[in-house]
Design a protein around this ligand. Structure first.
Ligand code: GLC
Ligand code: MG
Length: 248
């Protein structure tokens, strides 16, 4: 069995079914021990919010932690995020101006802990998202702000530098670790995971409980490198890892 790069979202993907997560942890922990597989968590949560979850749930220690929707990468238990990645994201990013433009809309800011140097986050209801999102993107573009909108779970809006998202962070890490795309697999359930599946050479696993925003895109863009599991959360991840032959 070959070592692989395992990248997973947390909420409603790895975390959501404690029993299934324990089974997956056992298989992945053994694989890391025997073959040197690398375990990466990639979450929309901030470092603070990740630590709260980690304290509540029985999770493996990851080799690399990517938080705040791909905008911060923490290698090998470091408390400081990867400075090369921050430098990439700093180019052409004007956070204050992004906030000034977003405040022209009637958006509810998320808690302070989730506002990060390269991530501005709001709550936005599904009912008005389709109307607001194009208007907001148009204003950001008109001001030449290199920003993108990521809408997840029918409620969360993240504004990020265009160079940042979970997919771009995964590529940066994969290249840094020198692991080939066919030995890399990403798992997710919602809109902020889409960038890990879109136009990619890596393998993808979408768990059976995925959100409509991701499922709709998946059905419209079929790929044999992407597997939609029938089972939910960690059980769906295990199903996908067997499907691709990462585990046997
Ligand atoms: C997590 C983060 C939140 C973000 C959401 C979607 O819930 O805490 O800030 O908006 O993921 O990316
Ligand atoms: Mg999720």
């Amino acid at each position: 069995m070959a070592a692989f790069l395992f990248v997973t979202d947390l909420d409603h993907t790895l975390v959501g079914d404690d029993h299934a997560m324990a089974e997956l942890n056992y298989a992945l922990g053994a694989h890391r021990h025997q073959h040197g597989t690398t375990i990466v968590y990639s979450t929309g949560r901030s470092l603070t919010s990740y630590r709260q979850l980690k304290a509540e749930k029985s999770m493996l220690d990851p080799d690399v932690l990517i938080v705040s929707v791909g905008t911060e990468i923490y290698l090998a238990n470091s408390d400081v995020s990867d400075s090369k990645w921050s430098k990439v994201l700093s180019a052409n990013w004007d956070r204050d101006q992004v906030v000034a433009i977003a405040s022209q809309f009637n958006l509810t800011p998320q808690p302070t802990s989730e506002q990060r140097p390269f991530k501005v986050s709001y709550f936005l209801s599904d009912a008005i998202a389709a109307e607001i999102l194009p208007q907001l993107q148009a204003l950001l573009d008109a001001e030449d702000l290199d920003a993108q909108l990521v809408y997840s779970g029918s409620k969360d809006l993240d504004i990020l530098p265009r160079r940042a998202n979970k997919g771009k962070a995964m590529t940066f890490l994969r290249e840094k670790l020198n692991i080939s795309p066919d030995l890399t697999v990403a798992c997710g359930d919602s809109g902020n995971d889409l960038s890990m599946f879109c136009d990619r050479a890596e393998r993808g696993i979408i768990v059976g409980n995925a959100m409509p925003e991701l499922l709709t895109w998946h059905y419209a863009n079929p790929s044999c490198d992407r597997y939609l599991a029938t089972k939910t959360c960690a059980a769906g991840i295990l199903e996908g890892l067997y499907h691709f032959g990462f585990l046997s």
